[in-house]
Write a protein that binds this ligand. Sequence first.
Ligand SMILES: [Zn+2]
Length: 402
Amino acid sequence: METTQFDYEVQEDLMITERAYIDEGASPEELASTDEVVLMAESTGEERYGVAISAGNLRSGPTVSYPEVHSFVAGARLTIITPGNTRTRVRMGSRTGWISNSRLERIEFHGRAISAGNLRSGPTASHSETHSFPNGAYARVVSVNGTRSFVRMGSRTGWMSNSRLAFIERPGRATSAGTLRNGPTASHAEIASFANGAAVRSLGINGRSFVRLGTRLGWMSTSRLALGSVIPTIPTINRINQALGRGADERQVTAITRIVIHHSANPTNGTHLNTAAFENTWRNLASMGAPNARGGYHEVVLSNGNMEINMQDRRRTWGAAGQNDHTWHICLTGQHANGINNISQTQLNSLANRIATAMRRFGWTSANVDRIVRHRDLPGQATACNDVNVANVRNAVRALLG
Ligand SMILES: [Zn+2]
């Protein structure tokens, strides 16, 4: 999709300067939220994030007659304090100075939450919380005001504490051959070419994506770029070669249309604390096909948030009666039903992480989170499994998928 001009009628002055922030490939929803970003960012007077696109020096004042105070490399991250006609006053780490505008571009950096928290409606703790996010949530970082940054998380926008935010470079691959340019428009000079499939690392986006291609830094069309995962890895125990029913029937992974959340229904100090304990029960249950019982869950979230991986996606398990041809199953150890809830936030974070990871494998996107359901939500199930807040899980997964 071409960069849109649909906002011009409403916000002409604003959009002329800010339309470069709109992704070339953005969906209508994203475009709406981009508009919101622009309006909020402009109205609160905070500093924009930017990047040095070539190496140079900061000067102590806005002309070349001022002394050089700090040298920087291409790709150096900065915040824009005072824009000027030829030079801009910026902060780089703990230093401030003036950079030539020819070396500077505004950019939305890729970021990731390093702990769970909340977005707020404004840049202070007195502003209301509008959205909670899990550890690992992906954010596009637009601007900063003191100790908080204005970010986009999926379709949402808000302010998050800088103490929870890490800037990242997202690994990516070119989806078609193209050229790297020395600035974010088609009129900037071509500095390198790349092949379809070329590996890049994306620092951020300003209409086009600012990327490392080998040792070079430059801009490529965002429409030619597929970004890789930013979902954090959590500890897993691989039980694929020992799980009950590991040789169970196969189905096509493309047949999967639902991810199903279970709980193990342990009130306290229960016996179903890991998959081996489940299997001791299953192997003797006629309803599980004893004596040739299959496993029930592809993955299990242990009480400490670590994972047991039991079954490959292609295995058809016995997770939900009559529904197993098209379902993928994940179980929380603990109980969330009948007025009891001993499942921890750490477990729920792991649940969202592993569901998002599975969705990536299935080729699903954040638009598919409605395919995440609880066991009891499937047709024809007589079970209390379970009372997990599925809307919260979907939001957390959406945040992880970015
Ligand atoms: Zn269940």
